[in-house]
Structures are given as C-alpha cells and as structure tokens.
Design a protein around this ligand. Structure first.
Ligand code: NAD
Length: 355
C-alpha cells in the first residue's frame, strides 16, 4: 500500500540486431544535417564507420572521449562544435563517449543520438558526472537525456569478455540501488528485477563465448533495463562510493562497481530486506545476497579487490571522508566508521559483511 510517483523517460529506444542501419533515418527524423560523431580513441574506427554510414550528414569524427568526462575534454569539443557549425551529436561507445555527448549537449542544447556498445546504461539517464580538479560531481537535468538510444547487439560482440563481466555488474548495480531507492516505484522495481535476472542469466554465457549472440542480446537487454532504472530513480551509497573513487583515484568505472557492489549490498541489506531477498532469489544458492553477488563476480573472473584495480591503501581514509561529506540519500544512515570498514574490506578483497 505504498504510494508512488512514476515519470516515464522520453528517450526513443531502438533495440535489436543490425539496427545500426537505421541511424541515418534517426538523424533525419531529428532534422539534423551536420552531426559530430563522438567516441574514444579506441573506437575511432567504429566512429569513422558511422561517419561513412551517415554520409553527407557527417560533420566530422571527434575520438577524444575519456572516462569520468573531464571538463577540459568537453571544452575542446564544444569549441569544435561551434567552429564547425555542428547541429547534432552522435556518440558511439560506452559511458565515456556518451558522457562527452551529454556534456556537449548540456552546454549547446544540441540533440544527442547514442549508439551504446557497453552495458553501463548512461544512454538512458538524465545524469552527467564530470571531473574537474580530481573531484567528480554529478548532476541530474532533463536536458542531459539523449533523444535516441539505438542499441545494436552486433556492436557489443567486440566487447572483451572481462570488460563485459564488469560492465554487466555495473548495470546490475543500477538495478540493485533502484530496488531500495527512496523514490522507487512498481514499474522501475519490475525493470530492476528483470535487469538483474537477464544479466545473471547472460553474463556467464557472454564470458564463456563472447560471440554468443543470444547471450549478448540478453545482456544488452538487461543493460537497457539497468540504465532505465538509474535514469528513473535516485542513487544511494553504492553509486556515491563509485563516484568518489572514480573521480579521486581515477579508478576504472565498471571494475569499481563490480568490487564495491557486494559490500554496498551488505551495508544496506539490514535496512532494505526487500532488495536483499529479491537479489538472493535471483542469484540462487540459498545464501546471503552480498556473498552470492561476490561469488558471481568471481565466477565471471571479475576483480573483487580495490587494491587490484589501482586503489592505494592510503586512499581509504580520504575516500571515507569524501563519502560522508555530501552523501546521497541511503536506506541506512551513512556513518563514517562503517563506510571506512566497508572500503577497507573492499580494498583487501574480503567477503562482504554488514559493518
Ligand atoms: P567506457 O565507455 O570508458 O569504455 C571502456 C573502453 O571500452 C573504452 O576504451 C571504449 O572505447 C571500449 N569499448 C566500448 N565498447 C566497446 C566494444 N563494443 N568493443 C570494444 N571496445 C569497446 O566504459 P563504460 O564503463 O561504458 O563507461 C564509463 C564511464 O561512463 C564513466 O565515466 C562513468 O562515470 C560513466 N557512466 C555514466 C552513467 C550516467 O548515467 N551518467 C552511467 C554509467 C556510466
């Protein structure tokens, strides 16, 4: 008998295999004549391919996107957008490319078409995290939301198995926090459960055989749901910790989510038994949700210790300080000592416990 508020996201979603062929049509539908294609340097060939597909609608390729959306990178790109008379943005890649597209679109009001190729889910959110001077700040604004998310499962086949595992855990993290969000609602909770179920089903298959199109389909479907969850309801302690560690120590985003999630689940399980019960049921095995999640990550060959992904031990205290300075709402109060314990255990790769 809980009352709720639900806001649907207006982003147009196209999902399937071979859907990239529809990109020119989507760009035309928005009336765009000169789009800038955004990617990381690693995906510059793919961006150039999109440029060929778009033909005369292409105003250039800008393959400069970087993780955690540094503002200097955005400012250079905005300069190019203005100088080259660009009237729209097409980002191809994961959260880094899409983040650059969002940052430019927020500053210029240009429409943004995304072609996501990871499971991070940024394409479905009105959220932008930007890094300046070693601090990552996150804001939510309807103008950040991309106009179109064009998912082509075929583009995910090249995502390496290790990164597929951690990126999939990133999507699961969005769903987990949606299950206990202060503004959770029935529709988003259904999507969250479906997201976790799809990824728990798909990721072992993706890791075992990265060319398994059916598993890839299921994983990207789960990722879309996870992104929708993140875009629809608030984030809590887990995302806060990932933003602190990503911004301050430049830790890799998906891996950080993977390592921290079981610890955040253990922290919050006492205050969010509904989330813990649902998660444990999906993961199976009859154990506690947090441990089952860490075992699942291990089974995928994913990292389980912050020290293995570049976090210095000396960073634990400053990170605990930052996490409690301006905490996101969380189902359980965010206490410095408990957060420090959580971070210390995650750093060492210990089993998750309720601190
Ligand atoms: P990423 O975009 O940095 O991608 C990681 C690497 O994989 C890059 O080199 C990329 O070019 C490459 N790659 C991507 N897709 C590939 C493919 N199909 N085949 C081969 N290589 C591929 O990683 P990410 O985890 O997707 O994004 C992380 C960033 O996104 C962080 O900055 C994070 O904060 C942000 N993010 C934002 C939101 C949001 O809602 N604002 C949500 C999730 C992530």
């Amino acid at each position: 008998m809980d009352s709720f508020t639900y806001n649907g996201l207006p982003t147009r979603v196209i999902f399937g295999v071979g859907t990239l062929a529809q990109l020119p049509e989507e760009v035309d539908r928005l009336g765009l004549r000169r789009v800038l294609i955004l990617s990381t340097a690693q995906q510059s060939d793919q961006a150039a391919e999109l440029g060929r597909l778009l033909g005369p609608r292409t105003g250039g390729v800008h393959a400069e996107a970087a993780m955690h959306t540094p503002v200097e990178v955005t400012e250079l790109a905005v300069g190019r957008v203005v100088a080259d008379g660009i009237d729209g943005l097409v980002s191809v890649g994961g959260g880094s490319s899409i983040g650059l597209g969002k940052a430019i679109s927020l500053r210029t009001d240009l429409p943004h078409v995304t072609v996501p190729t990871t499971y991070a889910g940024s394409e479905m959110t009105p959220i932008l995290g930007e890094t300046s001077g070693g601090i990552k700040t996150t804001r939510r604004d309807a103008r950040i939301l991309p106009a179109v998310a064009l998912y082509d499962v075929a583009l995910t086949l090249t995502l390496p198995p290790g990164f597929s595992a951690t990126s999939g855990m990133n999507a699961i993290a969005h769903a987990v926090e949606a299950l206990y969000a202060r503004d959770r609602n029935p529709i988003v909770s259904i999507m969250a459960e479906q997201c976790i179920a799809a990824l728990v089903r798909a990721l072992p298959g993706v890791v075992a055989d990265p060319d398994d199109l059916a598993a890839r389909f299921d994983a990207l479907y789960g990722a879309w749901l996870g992104g929708t969850c993140l875009g629809s309801v608030g984030m809590a302690l887990h995302h806060k910790l990932c933003h602190v560690l990503g911004g301050t120590f430049d830790l890799p985003h998906a891996e950080t989510h993977t390592v921290l999630l079981p610890h955040a689940v253990a922290y919050n399980a006492v205050a969010a038994p509904g989330m813990a019960g649902k998660l444990a049921a999906i993961l199976g095995g009859g154990g506690e949700a947090a441990e089952a999640l860490q075992s699942f990550a291990r089974r995928l060959g994913a990292p389980t210790a912050l020290r293995d992904i570049g976090m210095p031990e000396s960073g634990i205290d400053p990170a605990a300080d930052l996490a409690v300075q301006s905490p996101y709402w969380n189902p359980r109060p965010v206490e410095r000592d408990a957060v420090r314990t959580l971070l210390a255990r995650a750093w060492a790769g210990e089993p998750p416990i309720t601190p």
